[in-house]
Design a binder for this molecule. Sequence first.
Ligand SMILES: *Cc1c(COP(=O)(O)O)cnc(C)c1O
Length: 382
Amino acid sequence: MLKKYLLAPGPTPIPPEVLSAMSMPIIHHRSTDFIPVLESAKKGLQWLYQTKNDVLILCSTGTGGMVGAVNNFFSPNDKVLVINGGNFGERWTKICQAYGLQVQEIAVEWGYTVKPEAVEEALKKSPDIKGVFVQASETSTGVYHDIQTLSEIVKKRDNTIFIVDAISALAAHDLRTDKWGIDIMVGGSQKGLMLPPGLAFVSISEKAWKMADNAKLPRFYFNFKKEREALAKNQTNFTSAVTLIIGLNESIKLLQKEGLENVIKRHENLANITRQAIKAIGLELYSKESPSNAVTAILAPEGIDGQAIYKTLKDKYGITAAGGQGKAKGKIFRIAHLGYADIFDIIIAISGIEMVLAEMGFPLKLGRGVAMVEKLLLLRSS
Ligand SMILES: *Cc1c(COP(=O)(O)O)cnc(C)c1O
């Protein structure tokens, strides 16, 4: 038997309470049974998003939410600014281009965070930019972009909206939608929310809704105005993903029991301990600045293939972490500490990494990383 451990940045493990809630018989999405279920999910998401704005619930993966954030608010040839510091930044560019927008990019070196001055300057030079797109946590590089500072820059402009892909950052970072003025924020179910894939969430500010009034891009499935009307009646436009939404209520209940501040703190601690353990092993982080609370990206040592580390962890020890994406493929591997994650998940990851690297001939002293995790944990609890 090979026991399996899921330590990937999505899908993430699902708590037993959530699994069991989702195993109940299905109810009809237009029946009165379902209205309170959707109402509760709606309120729960507003709590998680720290917003009074509508948070739409879409039946798609996170990328569906990203597509909707493009085709509901813009018109062909509109100029937009994309902060591209990794695989998911690149995805914003691809979606915007697929819909005929004029994309201006701020290319950020992988492993680094965007300089807010660069955004300020780009907006000054091109006041006709209608939207600024960014990732909160760029999952491919393990970097967090400074959403608060960026929001404050975009907020000053009446005709520009700020769109954040927070798919891997939700629950792992403090994202104050209303306080900071984030116009559109996209989330997904299979990351910090501890659910199977299949739901996307999108919060929308009044400023963004006003832009939607004049947006001419074609849309049918992701029609946010129709979703907004449905949401007001505690419904979704098309058939609701009933089972997933029941699970969502259960996972939000768990998060609320822990408290949002504690949830974020837990992610911060796990990320911090992981980084220290990685350094204790003698490895280098791939994220050079502002590391993410959701996932740690680690440089593969000289002469060792990052994909081989990821594959051996999986095949030999049953640990599903992640390799590299795009141009980081082969150079790095990644460990998530996202969602239903705690300290012993980190110990499993670090122990697995030590054994795999030792087998691959990397000079290390077995147990150094694990000892660091234990030491930091004891320090924190004393
Ligand atoms: C996982 C992820 C996505 C993509 O989500 P899908 O659910 O696969 O569509 C987008 N952006 C970020 C930052 C992610 O981590």
